[in-house]
Design a protein around this ligand. Structure first.
Ligand code: DX5
Ligand code: ZN
Length: 218
């Protein structure tokens, strides 16, 4: 199944409830929430309080992408705040396997993220344990950046690995996705499509979501 996950990073935070209701009403499958700490990435967003408030305004699953140092300290807080999916960066922890177990024990789907310059080969030992892998197709930190083309080969390579090691795990891609490349991204084997600027920055977010969904499900 293919899933569209609008990223609220490009939404207007002063009218977030409206924006969330809008994407929910036109078929978003989940909401992607970017947590940034100004240390692991050069930008700051929000913490568990925001996740908890959003959880009260929507019934969509919450996909929490932690771009933070020492993620082990905060996973529990985000699970309690209502996260359904939690992903942590390979580059941010020395104890990936332990952290993946903690996320699952907290009742969430567990994902591992890799940056654009990190090879999918480093994931071999963790693949059997994850629910999903998130491939960054821009350098994390900001919305509205240009898609990095080598991400497509990474998805294809990862899809093949998962075929041997974990058929149930999903591949998510995040950064620079829009109507112009979503078909290519789908063809590379991606299951979950994160879109920020291409939805919230478009003139007609509802139309964009409908078009996007039609392509990913075709
Ligand atoms: C970037 C974030 C993304 C971001 C994607 O660090 O992880 O989720 O919202 O935004 P777009 O779709 O605008 O590239
Ligand atoms: Zn993200």
């Amino acid at each position: 199944m293919k899933l569209l996950a609008p990223s609220i990073l490009s939404a207007n935070f002063t009218k977030l409830q409206e924006e969330v209701k809008l994407v929910e009403s036109v078929g978003a499958d989940m909401l992607h929430l970017d947590v940034m700490d100004g240390h692991f990435v050069p930008n700051i967003t929000f913490g568990p309080k925001m996740v908890s408030d959003i959880n009260r305004m929507t019934s969509l699953p919450l996909d929490v992408h932690l771009m933070i140092s020492e993620p082990e300290k905060y996973v529990e807080d985000f699970a309690k705040a209502g996260a359904d999916w939690i992903s942590i960066h390979y580059e941010a922890t020395d104890h990936l396997n332990r952290l993946v177990s903690h996320i699952k024990a907290a009742g969430c789907k567990a994902g591992v993220v890799i940056n654009p310059a990190t090879s999918v080969d480093v994931l071999d030992e963790i693949l059997p344990y994850v629910d999903f892998i998130l491939l960054m197709s821009v350098n994390p930190g900001f919305g509205g950046q240009e898609f990095i083309d080598t991400s497509l080969n990474k998805a294809t390579k990862l899809k093949e690995k998962l075929g041997h090691m974990n058929k149930d795990a999903l591949i998510e891609m995040d950064g620079g996705l829009g109507l112009k490349n979503v078909q290519q991204v789908r063809d590379s084997g991606v299951d979950v499509f994160v879109c920020g600027n291409s939805i919230f920055g478009s003139n007609n977010p509802s139309e964009t979501i409908k078009k996007m969904k039609a392509i990913i499900n075709s």
